[in-house]
Design a binder for this molecule. Structure first.
Ligand code: ADP
Ligand code: MG
Ligand code: MG
Length: 199
């Protein structure tokens, strides 16, 4: 079973890996965007860890909805509302259970990912975070490790795609040949989940 502390540790692990990878994420965003993805997420997840410590939410669902709200209020870029919606919707789907199974998380996460697509008007193959999140949500029904692998593979598979959503889409064919920054940070999010489950 996954308890409240598990979800807090997951968010802390995301913050640590965003911190570590911030310059890489910004570098990816400088090729096909406006070079702020790393700093956007750094600001957001620093605020997330701070508010989780301050408010100490009592359930898994409350951890994720609070984290999502914090991302929406601290990140100005497109990724703030999108990741905020992912976490809020996932948290809402978990309800007020004190512990949840991986299967319940997989279902809730799939609802969260669907909400990202709705908000962004985006779908698989648009060269966005969804290209990592959709395969990860599907694989999470099987295992944490499988979800992490699927997210990483999905992020890498954005390289040959032409962006159809977000800033990168303004580049048209020139967006081809670069890995999407948001798909890359989504892989970090799911890898942090697998690492948290691992110990
Ligand atoms: P901004 O583009 O506002 O500077 P960020 O650089 O933080 O925001 O985030 C960019 C990432 O957001 C992109 O790499 C992409 O993965 C994701 N993104 C942008 N627009 C959409 C959308 N409509 N649907 C899904 N993801 C999107
Ligand atoms: Mg950007
Ligand atoms: Mg920006």
């Amino acid at each position: 079973m996954l308890d409240t502390d598990f979800f807090r540790r997951w968010m802390t692990a995301v913050a640590a890996s965003v911190e570590r990878e911030a310059s890489h994420l910004t570098e990816l965003d400088s090729a096909i965007g406006d070079a702020d993805h790393g700093s956007n997420l750094q600001r957001g997840f620093t605020a997330v860890t701070a508010v989780l410590e301050k408010d100490a939410p009592a359930t898994p669902g409350a951890v994720l909805t609070l984290a999502g709200r914090q991302l929406i209020s601290t990140v100005g870029g497109a990724s703030g509302p999108l990741y905020g919606t992912l976490l809020r919707r996932t948290g809402k789907a978990l309800g007020d259970a004190e512990e949840v199974t991986r299967d319940q998380l997989a279902q809730a996460f799939a609802a969260g990912v669907a909400a990202v697509g709705q908000l962004g008007g985006s779908q698989a193959g648009d060269k966005t975070m969804l290209d990592a999140l959709l395969p990860a949500a599907e694989a999470l029904a099987g295992s944490f490790e499988g979800a992490a692998r699927a997210a990483r593979a999905g992020a890498e598979a954005t390289v040959p795609l032409q962006a159809r959503k977000g800033r990168a889409s303004y580049l048209g064919e020139r967006s081809i040949g670069h890995q999407d920054p948001g798909a890359t940070s989504s892989a970090l999010l799911v890898e942090a989940l697998a690492a948290t489950a691992d110990g």
